[in-house]
Every structure is written in C-alpha cells, then in structure tokens.
Design a protein around this ligand. Structure first.
Ligand SMILES: [Zn+2]
Length: 373
C-alpha cells in the first residue's frame, strides 16, 4: 500500500478523497470490527457511509462536550458488538470520546485516576485498541493530539494525556468539511488559531512545534474568512484542515490561559457552549494579559499576520471575530458575572495554566472572565 503522506507523531493521510482509504488503514492497524463513534448530526448526513466500512456498529449518542456517561454508554456498545477497534468521525468531541472509550476498554476503573491532574499520565499503557480518527471539522486537531478532554460525573472537565491515546492514523479529507455550516467553520477555525498562538507562546522548549504553529497560524489566518464566507471554497477548506492539523501537531508544546478559561465553561453541561467560539472570545483578552511576558514573540506574530506591532495583536483578533460574525463577549452567550465567579479557581487549576507565558492566578482568571463578559 502507498505510504502515509506524512509521518510525524502518527501516520497522517491528508488529501481530497482520502476517506476512501479508511477501511484499508484500519486493517493495517489490526482492526476488523470497528465501533464508529460520531454524533447524530453527522450520522444523519450520511457521513458514516462515506467511511466505506460496510455496515459498522455506530455510537452517536454524545453531547457537545462529551461526558463520562457518554463514554460508558459507548463502551457498552463496543463490548455488546464484540468490537476490536474504533473509528472516530467528527469534531473534537467524538474524537476525544473515542480515545476515552479505548482507554476504558483496556484499563481498569475508576476513570478519574488516569486524568492528568490526578497523576494519571504514567498509568496509561500501550494496550489500547486501534483508533483511526477522521475529522469533519477544521479546528480541534484532536486527530493528532495525545490528549482527550472529558467531563466527569463530578462535573470537572479533566484532561487525559498519553502518547498511547494518540490515534494510530489520522485521515484528513477536506471533502468531509465542505458541508460544515459557517458558524461552526468560524468557531472551529478560531480553535485552530488559538492552538497555534498558544502553542507558540508556551514557554516550553520545542522549536519544531513552534515552526509548525507559525505555519499553521499564517495559513489559518489567511484562509478562515474565505472558508466562512463560502463553504464550497475548496482551497480555503483544504487550508483550514491543514492549519487545524498543524495546530494539533504543535500543541504538544502546551496551551495557555485561553484554554484554561474556556474549559470550565465547556464543562457546564446545561449550557452546551462551543469550545472554539469561547476561545475566540478569550483570545484578545489573554493576548493583552500575556504581552508583557514575551513581547519579542508578539513582534514575530505581528510580522507574520501583517500587524504593525506586537501590541496590536489583541485588536487584530478582535477585528477578526467581528468580521467572522462570531460573538465577542460572554454575555452574548447568555452568561452573567455570577456564572463566572465560581469558575476562576477551576481555570487556575486547569492543566493548560502552567504553560501560559505569564503566570496566572485565581484573581487574574476572574479578571479575565469579567473583561470577556
Ligand atoms: Zn482547543
């Protein structure tokens, strides 16, 4: 069979029509009876049929921000149908859920012991079932990420991280993103841009990841308007899927306060807030907060994106949000100050906080929440 188009962290099959190869790729990884994890909307659009897997078992009962309950229900479907592998089809939610189902299928409970903040990284071993990730949005980068986020029964949205959670293959076919509605294109696209910015600004040493983040940011920033304005713009769709993939390859370097602030909001299960849309709202405020910590990096970003100076970046991203028609304030999503106060402590404790370029306190988190309100 033809070699992968790239091999960096995992095998990546990228290009128009690549979805036709899913069955062959799954077989190469040793999977014969996959459970397809997706959401109802995508299943309704006939996306599962496009995987070319015949009549696979499908689990499509998951929330916008997946929960432990979703994971247990999917695990039951996995066992009941004697599945031996998983194909994740969709945005970040089905892909993250698929990683957790693979973890549950191969590791004893309770699940919480494997969370990053519970010291779980070293408890995850290499015995997970084969997983092929097929993104249908351009934003999460989860198809090449070693992490998964899940809201546990306790209400905490926790991160799980291990090289063993990385999908055995990512199949990125821009064709699958053509039907994405423009608001979702904009919101997911802002997630990809936030990943590139935060990975680049993370103080951890990884110049290779930084180079990928800069390339992804330039590509994504240059294409997001076109992809949002005309979903059938094929070059823009391809550029956004590649930018999202590059962002996912780069964020192994760590993320920052944009994600620390958005995770506790994403855990509010009754609100169903979109992760990328939240990140778009926080990005200008967090950039302003971080500027003093690494002004030279801000200058490089400004030069890349055509801004006059590093201190103009918050405004540049705020203008982009308004051009894309995305919400610019949390109040537009129906949030109020009393919703935010209890979340500041959670944002401070988030696993992304240690890699924010400027140390973030509980007070800073609350101030940023209120600025974004
Ligand atoms: Zn994200």
């Amino acid at each position: 069979m033809q070699p992968p188009d790239m091999s960096y962290l995992t095998d990546i099959y990228f290009g128009w029509g690549r979805v036709a190869r899913v069955s062959e790729i799954l077989e190469k990884l040793g999977g014969k009876r996959p459970l397809v994890i997706t959401d109802r909307g995508l299943a309704g659009l006939g996306m599962v049929e496009r995987l070319g897997l015949g009549q696979p078992q499908v689990f499509d009962r998951l929330e916008t921000n997946p929960t432990e309950k979703n994971a247990r229900a999917a695990l039951e479907a996995y066992y009941q149908n004697s599945c031996d592998s998983i194909v994740a089809l969709g945005g970040g939610s089905p892909i993250d859920l698929a990683k957790i189902v693979g973890l549950l299928a191969s590791h004893p409970g309770p699940l919480e012991q494997y969370a990053i903040l519970r010291g779980g990284v070293s408890r995850i071993s290499g015995s997970l079932p084969p997983l092929v990730a097929v993104p249908t949005t351009a934003g999460s980068g989860s198809e090449v990420g070693r992490a998964a986020l899940l809201t546990l029964e306790s209400g905490d949205k926790l991160g799980f991280l291990s090289p063993h959670l990385l999908p055995g293959a990512a199949v990125c076919d821009p064709e699958l993103t053509l039907s994405m509605p423009s608001a979702l294109t904009a919101g997911s696209g802002m997630d990809a841009l936030a990943h590139c910015v935060e990975a680049y600004l993370s103080p951890r040493w990884n110049p290779v990841a930084e180079a990928i983040a800069l390339d992804g940011l330039e590509r994504g920033f240059g294409s997001i308007r076109a992809a949002v304005n005309d979903g059938r713009d094929r070059p823009a769709r391809e550029a956004m899927l590649l930018a999202s993939l590059e962002a996912g390859l780069a964020f192994q370097k760590g993320l920052g306060a944009v994600h620390s602030l958005s995770h506790p909001l994403g855990a509010l299960s009754d609100r169903r807030l979109h992760h990328g849309t939240l990140n778009g709202i926080f990005l200008p405020h967090v950039l302003e907060f971080n500027y003093s910590a690494c002004p030279e990096k801000f200058e490089r970003l400004a030069a890349l994106l055509g801004a006059k100076s590093g201190s103009d970046l918050p405004e540049l991203f705020a203008d982009l949000l308004s051009e894309l028609g995305l919400p610019m304030r949390l109040s537009e999503l129906g949030l109020q100050a009393e919703d935010l106060t209890p979340l500041a402590e959670k944002a401070f404790r988030d696993h992304c906080t240690p890699t924010n370029p400027r140390p973030l306190t509980v007070e800073d988190s609350l101030e940023l929440y209120l600025k974004a309100l």
